[in-house]
Design a protein around this ligand. Structure first.
Ligand code: SF4
Ligand code: SF4
Length: 287
């Protein structure tokens, strides 16, 4: 089963929840945790594991072979403005390319063959109780989607059911998070009870509803702000499946890179609520 933890904004506690939920479930189930925040993965900071393997990851981009009849097709079909045709000269902006193959397939003289270009690395980290798969884009690489796709495909192939797969999604509501959510059997939206938290969560609610994914909400730092998130969820008929309290000691423990549920019964209780909720769903998260 695939559980994606997402939020409309960064800094709401996605990694806190992903690492703690994965570690907690790993006490009784087979679990793999994946950090899909490929621009800045940090789950490994909270998981004491040993890196077993690191693999280069590649994406395909066209490489101009120097020939051109100036037909203009490649520039016309590229929806991302990655190709500029100047007479019979072609300029390719590789960082804008989405590897769609259109220019390569449609060039009448096959002047744009696709070639692999290294975009990042994927690390396989083992702990005594679970595996962590963490991918990281090269500095300056702009396209997160291909690396997220490669990572989720690797996990689907290497960790078939009944392994519970927990994905720490990238922040925001754009293409990277949509690629991460595609895999989900269930999405946990984590938010905080503030106007910013509510605004960005409501955007994410629109995304998961459009994608027809079942989802519930976890409120982090519960106790700060106001009840607007609760009121919104009630009005929209959204399950609030757990609340993680706002306590200074919890924040301090997190800042030291330590897991929370072993030390704070309230956090463990929140994880138990999430576990019970997941187990009660028709998708039946059982190992
Ligand atoms: S499609 Fe091929 S021939 Fe046409 S402009 Fe592009 S590179 Fe030149
Ligand atoms: S592969 Fe697609 S996105 Fe990349 S340059 Fe060609 S048409 Fe544009």
């Amino acid at each position: 089963m695939n559980i994606v933890i997402a939020s409309g904004k960064g800094g709401t506690g996605k990694t806190t929840l992903a690492t703690n939920l994965a570690s907690y479930l790993a006490l009784t189930h087979k679990v793999v945790l994946s950090d899909l925040d490929v621009e800045e993965p940090n789950s490994a900071l909270f998981i004491n594991g040993e890196q077993k393997q690191q693999t280069d990851k590649f994406k395909m981009i066209p490489k101009w072979n120097g020939e051109c009849t100036a037909c203009g097709i490649c520039q016309e079909v590229c929806a991302y403005n990655a190709i500029l045709q100047l007479g019979t000269h072609i300029i390719l902006h590789a960082q804008l390319c989405h590897s769609c193959y259109a220019c390569s397939e449609l060039c009448p003289i096959d002047a744009l063959p696709m070639e692999p270009v290294q975009m990042g690395v994927m690390s396989e980290i083992k702990t005594p109780v679970m595996d962590l798969i963490e991918s990281k884009l090269n500095v300056g690489e702009e396209q997160a989607v291909p690396l997220i796709k490669e990572t989720t495909e690797f996990i689907q192939a290497q960790y078939p059911d009944p392994v519970i797969k927990i994905y720490d999604a990238p922040p925001g509501t754009s293409c990277p998070v949509i690629e991460a959510v595609k895999t989900a059997d269930y999405v946990i939206l984590i938010t905080e009870p503030t106007p910013f938290g509510l605004h960005d969560m409501s955007l994410m609610v629109g995304v998961v509803r459009d994608m027809k994914k079942p989802f519930g909400v976890v409120i982090n730092r519960y106790g700060v702000g106001n009840d607007d998130v609760l009121d919104y969820c009630k009005k929209e008929n959204i399950d609030v499946i757990a609340r993680i309290p706002n306590e200074r000691e919890i924040a301090e423990t997190y800042s030291r890179g330590e897991l929370l549920f072993e030390k704070f019964p309230k956090v463990k209780s929140a994880l138990q609520n999430i576990e019970q909720h997941l187990f009660s769903l028709e998708i039946g998260v059982r190992a």
